[in-house]
Design a protein around this ligand. Structure first.
Ligand SMILES: Cc1cc2nc3c(=O)[nH]c(=O)nc-3n(C[C@H](O)[C@H](O)[C@H](O)COP(=O)(O)OP(=O)(O)OC[C@H]3O[C@@H](n4cnc5c(N)ncnc54)[C@H](O)[C@@H]3O)c2cc1C
Ligand code: SF4
Length: 574
């Protein structure tokens, strides 16, 4: 795996713009589109890299990657073996790129650290109350959460996942994992010359990973499964008046402001962290059809519902962010292992969609990965490189992770019936509650999310209310709260395969949906100097690494690549 990218010194950055102008203004200047060997900007730049050997390399310091690394070192310690385990994380510190709900199941944590309470894991809020409701424009219809339904949260905890990940990082360091934050892994290679040589590389990049998507293509890992489907999750942290705060309460809603054919809903988690803090979030399925839909504006509008506004009124928003999450479930899982590597957590998509939970399955996959890697390395002996841990696939399929994902496999696709939201609720109430996933059929998804967008001429524009600055906010003041930053003189990490396509295809046919689905205002169509035509402007420094553009772009022309190391959001316990 090659790590990071070189800083582009100012002189090189300026050479970039002095090339002769092609007919379409040049937007993409990244080396992944303009190879360094043919690019005069890189002439004379020393490309020599440091390289190192490790036993196991983990890419990504989220729950899955850290669990894998910890478990490997636990096994090595028990077996009295030397095992060099390195973990690289693109954020400047562990947890800074983590955005989640999060209400977590402690099952895998109990397995990894039965003594997590003594180790002071930051699980401060046991769940005491579960609420679920359908919203109409003015009303709230409570729905009982029966025992056994996926939304039941008895025994779970509300956490700030970024803080939990930071704590996992401390445990990993204590046991001897080498952690390198601020290192983005930018290229996966199985040839000589790679920067970190590992006998096994564990890809734990989370949802829609940059390297993982390349591996899918290069190794054909998705040839047996359905396309992955996704949602975008937007989240804010609020400090609210203490009378509106009920630590341990979990609230979910579906319905308004989304129409019945758009999958999504909200969560409000009341944290017990000393201050009256709420995690307020909104999730929109990325299989939505109307290119005028704006997930950020839907979220802002949602907070004005009478039953939500009364909780937030008088409060203060202190943080904002967004991240994609997997929704394909078991139907969309790729092969997990290949010579030299394997996939854990949300990288392959081990997310329980109706529960909106993937932390426990990510951690369990990390435990299984570590167990199978450790056993295989012992069998193969120290000189074998590129070890194929195919036992991992079988072990994962024999675990409770598989049973759990299998049981809920039909819930998400059941929302595709003509009844939309109501079809999904009826399906869950009738089939899931009675049969618990034992029905002998498996429903299919309707194709990749980008293919679901309809042309603008066939859709109705949506008029969103102006933000009031108390409950709802504009995009730029929101992005400022994510703390995101990228060095301005690097080539934008939002790359286009074809610089002409945004105007010729996306703007012409879909009214430029990237202006709306990006939750950070990265994409803007602005007039050319002639004022007759438009061009796409990419404000890459705003990007919060949610990956939505890479997923939903109807032309599949946007390729999100890792930016210069350390760039991106600076979340504080999201
Ligand atoms: C809005 C929202 C709400 C959610 N709510 C819940 C919930 O209530 N309960 C629950 O259990 N789950 C919830 N989830 C899902 C949960 O967050 C994920 O399942 C979990 O974080 C997956 O862990 P992971 O380690 O696989 O990936 P991640 O947590 O995404 O971690 C991946 C890490 O890898 C790093 N990385 C990525 N690419 C590279 C690279 N190339 N080089 C170096 N580093 C890299 C990232 O910066 C990140 O730190 C929610 C998710 C969202 C988006
Ligand atoms: S540019 Fe893409 S990855 Fe970055 S915030 Fe916007 S949609 Fe998300």
């Amino acid at each position: 795996v090659r790590l990071g990218e070189l800083f582009l010194p100012g002189t090189i950055a300026s050479r970039l713009y002095s090339t002769s102008s092609p007919p379409v203004p040049r937007i993409t200047t990244h080396y992944s589109i303009h190879p360094r060997e043919k690019d005069p900007r890189w002439e004379g730049v020393n490309m020599e890299r440091f390289s190192d050997n490790v036993d196991v390399l983990v890419v990504g310091g989220g729950p899955a990657g850290l669990t894998t690394a910890i478990r490997l070192k636990q096994l090595a310690k028990q077996g009295g073996q030397e095992l060099r385990v390195c973990l690289v994380e693109k954020a400047s510190h562990l947890g800074a790129h983590i955005l989640s709900g999060a209400c977590i199941e402690p099952s895998a944590l109990n397995e990894l650290f039965p003594d997590w309470k003594e180790r002071k894991a930051p699980l401060h809020t046991p769940i005491t109350q579960d609420k679920f409701a359908i919203l109409t424009k003015k009303y709230r219809i409570p729905i009982p959460i029966l025992p056994g339904l996926p939304m039941n949260n008895h025994g779970n905890y509300i956490v700030r996942l970024g803080n939990f990940v930071r704590w996992l990082g401390e445990q990993a360091e204590d046991i001897g994992v080498e952690i390198y934050p601020g290192y983005a892994a930018s290229e996966a290679t199985f040839e000589r010359g790679m920067e970190l040589h590992a006998r096994v590389t564990v890809f734990a990049e989370g949802c829609h990973g940059h390297l993982t998507k390349q591996l899918y293509r290069r190794l054909n890992l998705r040839d047996q499964c359905q396309p992955q489907t996704y949602a975008i999750g937007l989240k804010e942290l609020w400090e609210v008046p203490s009378e509106n705060w009920h630590p341990g309460r979990v609230e979910h809603t579906v319905g308004w402001p989304l129409d019945r054919n758009t999958y999504g809903g909200s969560f409000i988690y009341h944290l017990n962290e000393g201050e009256p803090l709420l995690a307020v979030g909104f999730v929109v399925g990325l299989d939505y059809e109307n290119p005028y839909l704006n997930p950020f504006c839907e979220f802002q509008r949602f907070k004005h519902h009478p039953s939500i506004a009364c909780t937030l009124e008088g409060g203060k928003r202190i943080s904002y962010g967004a991240r994609a999450l997997n929704e394909g479930g078991i139907q969309s899982l790729p092969r997990f292992s290949f010579p030299g590597g394997l996939l854990v957590g949300c990288s392959p998509g081990l997310m329980n969609v109706p529960k909106i939970k993937g932390t426990h399955t990510a951690m369990k996959s990390g435990i299984i990965a570590a167990d199978t890697i450790y056993a295989k390395l012992a069998v193969e002996g120290p000189n074998v490189q590129g070890v194929h841990v195919d036992e991992y696939d079988e072990a994962l399929k024999s675990s409770w992770v598989w049973n759990e994902l299998y049981a809920v496999r039909n819930i998400r696709p059941s929302f595709h019936s003509p009844l939309g939201l109501y079809g999904g609720i009826i399906y869950t109430g009738v089939f899931y509650w009675i049969l618990r996933g034992k029905e002998p059929w498996t429903l299919r998804h309707k194709g990749p999310d980008h293919s679901r967008l309809r042309q603008a001429k066939d859709c109705t524009p949506i008029e969103y209310p102006r933000p009031d600055g108390r409950l709802s906010f504009d995009l730029l003041s929101s992005v400022a709260l994510s703390g995101t930053n990228h060095e301005h003189d690097q080539p934008p990490h939002l790359t286009l395969h074809d610089d002409a396509s945004p105007v010729q295809n996306n703007l012409a046919l879909y009214d430029g949906p990237e202006q709306r689905f990006c939750p950070a205002g990265v994409y803007e169509f602005v007039p050319l100097e002639s004022k007759k035509e438009m061009r796409l402007q990419i404000n890459a420094q705003n990007c919060v690494h949610c990956k939505t553009c890479d997923i939903k772009d109807p032309s599949q022309n946007i390729n999100w690549v890792v930016p210069e190391s350390g760039g991106g959001p600076a979340y504080n316990g999201m």
